[in-house]
Design a protein around this ligand. Structure first.
Ligand code: FE2
Length: 295
């Protein structure tokens, strides 16, 4: 019999300012209980007037990956290795900083001029110690090439992992699931997840219910037979262990499903560097200062 995942804990979000001052909605306690995700930032949604859009000017990274997924707006990026490009709605940029990259992430010049809505995500995925100093790489998936699956009122973009039989093309060093799901009212999704991965769901529109057969049987007093657990807009739900998630939405919802392994390694983090020891952080700063971070 398959084990159904239930909500183990709800982590609320708060608004913080990042980069050049843009607002993001971020769950509390990132980086400690949510291995391997160091950060889940929802950028906006925010409506900028002409000349107002903000970005993140030149800054370094080492030891992890940044995943940028745009829903609205237009961004431009450039890095120390000479790469540059733009991100439009539906595009994904999976950037592995590895041993080092220095980049800027800013609104596109045209978008800055006209203003408009910006909405999206930046997610930081930790790398295991064996890959922290790997060669930096980019995997860019434009919206037109993105694996999308649609079935019975459920739409999903499979950024990493698998959903409803559709698999992502992104290559990851550790097994990662990252899926953007939109559910129409009165729809239902059964999502399979590898049992040994940490699983979580971040809702950013509407609300969903998790049906949890096992939890109900094990703990009828806490949840009541047939009870459902609700995850609302702006909540990150950490899930219990199990092989599948039974999700339903009464009124419709939009959310991310995330999963990845427990790395079980010490995390030393300072600003844009995420390593295992203080010495490695110190080394990253030294390398950045003397210009050898990326070489
Ligand atoms: Fe960055």
């Amino acid at each position: 019999m398959r084990t159904t995942r239930s909500v183990a804990e709800i982590v609320p979000t708060h608004i913080v300012r990042e980069g050049g001052g843009f607002k993001v909605r971020r769950p509390y306690r990132m980086g400690r209980v949510l291995s391997p995700f160091l950060l889940i930032d929802e950028m906006g949604p925010v409506d900028y007037g002409p000349g107002e859009a903000l970005g993140a000017p030149w800054h370094p990274h080492r030891g992890f990956e940044t995943v940028t997924y745009l829903l609205d707006g237009r961004m431009r990026h450039e890095d120390s290795a000479g790469n540059s490009g733009e991100l439009n709605p539906g595009d994904v940029q999976w950037m592995t900083a590895g041993r080092g990259i220095i980049h800027c992430e800013e609104p596109h010049r045209e978008f800055l001029k006209t203003g408009g809505r910006t909405h999206g995500f930046q997610i930081w995925v930790n790398l295991p110690s064996s890959h922290k100093m790997m060669e930096p790489r980019y995997q860019e998936v434009p919206s037109t090439e993105s694996p999308i699956v649609e079935q019975d009122g459920v739409w999903a973009r499979v950024i990493a992992g698998e959903c409803m039989g559709t698999t992502s093309s992104i290559d990851t060093k550790i097994p990662i699931t990252l899926i953007h799901v939109k559910m129409e009212s009165e729809s239902r999704l059964v999502q399979q997840l590898q049992a040994d991965l940490n699983g979580m769901i971040y809702v950013f529109t509407g609300e969903i219910n998790l049906e949890n057969e096992i939890t109900v049987k094990k703990n009828p007093i806490a949840f009541g037979i047939g009870a459902k657990q609700v995850i609302q807009d702006g909540e990150l739900a950490l899930l219990s262990e199990g092989e599948e998630i039974l999700i339903e939405s009464q009124e419709g919802a939009e959310f991310l499903i995330l999963a990845g392994p427990e790395l079980n390694e010490p995390i030393e983090r300072y600003g844009p560097f995420v390593m295992n020891t203080k010495e490695e952080i110190h080394q990253a700063f030294m390398d950045y200062q003397n210009g050898t971070l990326t070489s």
